[in-house]
Design a protein around this ligand. Structure first.
Ligand code: HEM
Length: 493
């Protein structure tokens, strides 16, 4: 008695329902839009299709991807019920062949639910908290990065002479540099060769995984070992990343002072040594090899997500100039023009915070979370969910759920404010997920979003170039939901 759903086709299951719109989208883009990103393709975005189908089959329904049973959860109530109230059963991750081959299911994001994941996550979570306060506080690093971003924005917009600039590379480099500061204890000049190599390798690796024939590795894992084409490229990108990150870890190891850890790598190496002493090398999951996967996870999980959220906030400010003015007025009155915003200002900038949250509500950069898996057979809401079922919580549907949000399709930051203009927490706001697999970098991401958004709003006014059609607001689905590429005119205030 599994949840209801569309009838699967032999072999492919329900892939046709999703692949066909996806292929149509690609075809439309290629032959009917060229690179024209202004066309509205929102009806074929996976999270939208899945939400539409819930109107037919209910807020919990099944589809088959090949022979794999996948249960889709739609709306706040059932997502919370599964991921928070039944976290004991629904917190595992599925075995996705291409990811398993590349990560050996180490790190945190795709680690199976169990003691290794728990130990590693606990350590990394606590370590990330160190970067919020105290000696290793990230605030000055982010402010230094933002000073550079502001100078670059000015320079680029002068060169562009009113025609608008693409903010994506600059924002992406700045966000990556924050992860570099945490992991490697330093930021890089955006043109630094080592930095460029790292980012290019990561981008190349991820692009290959989500795009094109590499996905076939999930159907036939042996393809990964083919000595030609895209399969060879994947292995090359993976080998290059390994050499690069292992080199950095080795440098840290040789210059480590256990009493003065400089960054996350140092702290982890100290933990490896302590664990070996305490329980013996064979008994602990902490090792230099595991650290490599942790660093990879921080880059993969922490860069695209935060970058795209910032890019969305800028696009929304261009689209809603009245809201942009209100944010700027609040920052002017609380912070003024003579110093940059700091985390201590956050509590006194409720409208600015509400605006970031409303952009996150509308956009949802990880719309289907990261797939969960049932770790045992269970009965949930009168249906049987067999062990190994993939669970997809549609976070996008939670933020568009009309039972918990008034006019969910309307952009309105005031929904996060009470009648005195103070911020109200809404438990159905879950851009970072919910339950035991909730985003490990939530606090860090919130800190980055606040500092970056408020600093940019204080310094500049953003608007779309005149005479060009605005980009559609539904975004483009990939590893995360990015805004469609746009150019922006930046005017100093
Ligand atoms: C997982 C959102 C930034 C590290 C997740 C998940 C979401 C999410 C929805 C999946 C939750 C689930 O599976 O139920 C976001 C958003 C971000 C952001 C919206 C920025 C605006 C970051 C940052 C880091 C990070 C900056 C770390 C540097 C992780 C990790 C996981 C995760 C390690 C996996 C957790 C686990 O499996 O236990 N994030 N994230 N994220 N995120 Fe983030």
């Amino acid at each position: 008695n599994i949840p209801p759903g569309p009838k699967p086709w032999p072999l492919v299951g329900n892939c046709g329902h999703f692949l066909i719109p996806g292929l149509i989208l690609k075809w439309l883009r290629k032959y009917h839009g060229g690179n024209d990103e202004t066309k509205d393709f929102s009806p074929v975005l996976p999270q939208v299709i899945l939400m539409e189908q819930s109107k037919v089959y209910g807020n919990m329904y099944s589809i088959f991807v090949g022979s794999q049973l996948v249960v889709i959860l739609t709306g706040y109530e059932i997502v919370r019920d599964a991921l928070a109230n039944r976290a004991d059963v629904f917190s595992d991750r599925p075995d996705v062949p291409i990811i398993t081959i590349m990560t050996k299911r180490r790190g945190i994001v795709f680690a199976p639910y169990g003691s290794v994941w728990r130990q590693q996550r606990k350590f990394c979570h606590a370590t990330l908290r160190n970067f919020g306060l105290g000696k290793l506080s990230l605030e000055p690093c982010i402010q230094e990065e933002l000073a550079f971003v502001k100078t670059e924005l000015l320079r680029l917009s002068k060169d562009a002479n009113g025609s608008g600039i693409n903010p994506a590379p600059l924002v992406s480099n700045a966000v990556s540099n924050v992860i570099c500061s945490i992991s490697f204890g330093r930021r890089f000049d955006h043109k630094d060769q080592e930095f460029r190599t790292l980012l290019d390798l990561m981008a190349r690796g991820l692009q290959i995984i989500v795009d094109g024939p590499a996905v076939l590795i999930n159907v036939c894992p042996l393809l990964y070992y083919l000595p030609f084409g895209i399969f060879k490229d994947i292995r090359k990108a993976e080998a290059d990343i390994t050499i690069f990150l292992k080199g950095i870890i080795a440098q840290h190891s040789s210059s480590l002072d256990p009493d003065n850890p400089r960054d996350l790598i140092d702290m982890y190496l100290v933990e490896v040594a302590q664990q070996k002493e305490r329980v013996g090398a064979g008994e602990t999951s902490f090792s230099e090899d595991y650290l490599f996967y942790i660093i990879g996870d921080l880059f993969v999980a922490g860069t695209d997500t935060t970058t795209n959220t910032i890019l969305w906030t800028l696009l929304y400010m261009c689209t809603y100039p009245d809201i942009q003015e209100k944010v700027q007025a609040e920052i002017d009155s609380v912070v003024g023009p003579d110093r940059v915003p700091s985390l201590t200002d956050k509590a006194r900038l409720p409208f600015t915070e509400a605006t970031i949250m409303e952009v996150q509500r509308m956009t949802v950069v990880v719309p289907l979370a990261i797939p969960h898996m049932a770790s045992q057979t269970t009965v949930f809401r009168d249906y049987t969910i067999p062990k190994g079922t993939v669970i997809l919580p549609n976070l996008w549907s939670v933020h568009r759920d009309p039972t918990v949000w008034d006019n969910p399709d309307v952009f309105n930051p005031c929904r996060f404010l009470d009648k005195n203009g103070q911020l109200v927490r809404r438990e159905c706001f879950i851009p970072f997920g919910i339950g035991r697999r909730v985003c490990m970098g939530e606090q860090l991401a919130k800190m980055e979003l606040f500092l970056m958004f408020s600093t940019l709003m204080q310094a500049f006014t953003f608007r779309l170039p005149e005479g060009l059609p605005p980009p559609p607001m539904h975004g483009r689905f990939g590893l995360t939901l990015a805004p469609c590429p746009y150019a922006v005119c930046v005017t100093p205030r």
